[in-house]
Design a protein around this ligand. Structure first.
Ligand code: KG4
Ligand code: ZN
Length: 346
């Protein structure tokens, strides 16, 4: 089955074609970073309008790259939620219309299920069951994954998501949007011994996260260093290092705890923050001590992309998902509401 995947939930327009036998045939991404940069964050209305401009040209581009024509596509998958309502509507309307015109089925995909399954596109995919750490701009969740659609939420952030914390720390440091990559780059140059930031909630039992206290600590440290003047480049770098270390340590501690609690050794990390090199290295170091293994997508599939939506859509469609012609988007959509896909053992 050849599935055209469409991602428009936030500020990236992603399109891809996944073939259930041959694998990923083509993918293309247009990032709106430059469009939103001057506003310091995503402007939803501008995002929707830009998706409209870029989506159909990207569909033509991936068809050409895969050397296919419209009649070669067997189904269309698009992100139904969670995300920005207007941005989701562009992908949903376009995806459903193309499917109707081509006479093929269309399926709405959960964006976080897309992230969670993205490592399945790599050469050494994880076997079920595993623990997934989903770390994006809107979510920080630890999930036990038994199969596709068999998810048990073990813990999540009680306030800001990890990516959101990176974005806010970047703003405090006067860095651009999106903040995660900017903080990570600067953190590589800082002095790790100068500041020690708190590791929120690690001394309490359980698998929930909280990043708002860390945000306040960062803000206070910035204010102390700045005084009446401006933040020096060294201060910026040292704070970025301390902040990143605190987030990474917290995530590593909770991931190890989840693996131990669930008696599992495989960990998937996905979502934008999983592109963070420090996080990958620290997790690998920690898990190697007890024979665990970390799986993650290639860097361009950590952040939003069409390939993960095409893949998740193909799993859902091959698992029997079918939807009528009515169109809906779900800006809020808990992942444990998804139906399970029957596995070979069922
Ligand atoms: O998954 P994603 O592309 O979009 C959402 O679904 O939210 O994640 C975007 C988030 C942003 O908050 C961004 O700052 C963060 O991922 N991010 C990073 C890195 N690359 C992206 N955070 C830390 N380190 C990175 N290298
Ligand atoms: Zn995402």
């Amino acid at each position: 089955m050849r599935v055209l995947g469409i991602e428009t939930s936030c500020d990236e327009t992603g399109v891809a074609i996944y073939d259930s036998e041959a694998g990923l045939l083509a993918h293309a991404l247009y990032s709106q970073i430059a469009l939103h940069a001057e506003f310091g964050g995503v402007v939803p209305e501008l995002a929707s309008r830009d998706h409209i401009r870029k989506l159909l040209p990207l569909v033509s581009q991936v068809l050409a790259e895969a050397q296919l024509v419209a009649t070669d596509i067997d189904a269309v998958a698009y992100t139904e939620g969670p995300g920005l309502a207007g941005a989701l509507m562009v992908g949903a309307c376009t995806g459903r219309s193309l499917a109707y015109a081509w006479g093929v089925p269309a399926v709405g995909v959960h964006h976080m299920e897309g992230h969670l399954l993205a490592p399945m596109l790599e050469v050494d995919p994880p076997a079920f069951p595993f623990i997934a750490l989903l770390v994006s701009g809107g979510h920080t969740q630890l999930v036990r994954v038994e199969g596709i659609g068999r998810y048990r939420l073990l813990g999540e952030s009680l306030d800001d998501a990890a990516g959101e914390a990176f974005d806010k720390a970047a703003k405090m440091l006067g860095l651009g949007y999106p903040g995660g990559p900017a903080v990570a780059k600067l953190a590589a140059t800082g002095d790790p011994k100068r500041f020690t930031f708190p590791r929120p909630m690690v001394n309490r039992p359980g698998l929930d996260f909280s990043f708002s206290g860390l945000k306040t600590f960062t803000l206070n440290t910035v204010a102390d260093c700045r005084g009446d003047g401006v933040l020096s480049v060294k201060d910026q770098a040292d704070i970025a290092t301390a902040f990143q270390q605190a987030v990474v340590d917290t995530l590593v501690i909770k991931c190890s705890r989840a693996l131990q609690q669930e008696n599992l050794s495989r960990l998937v990390i996905a979502g934008g923050v999983s592109a963070n090199i420090e996080l990958r290295q620290k997790l690998e170091e920690k898990l190697s001590k007890f024979g665990g293994k970390v799986y993650y997508p290639r860097p361009e599939f950590c952040t939003d992309n069409g390939a993960m939506i095409a893949y998740a859509g193909s799993c859902r469609l091959m698992g029997g998902a079918s939807e009528g012609l009515s169109l809906k988007v779900r800006p809020r959509w808990p992942m444990d509401e998804l139906p399970p896909v029957p596995s070979n053992q069922d």
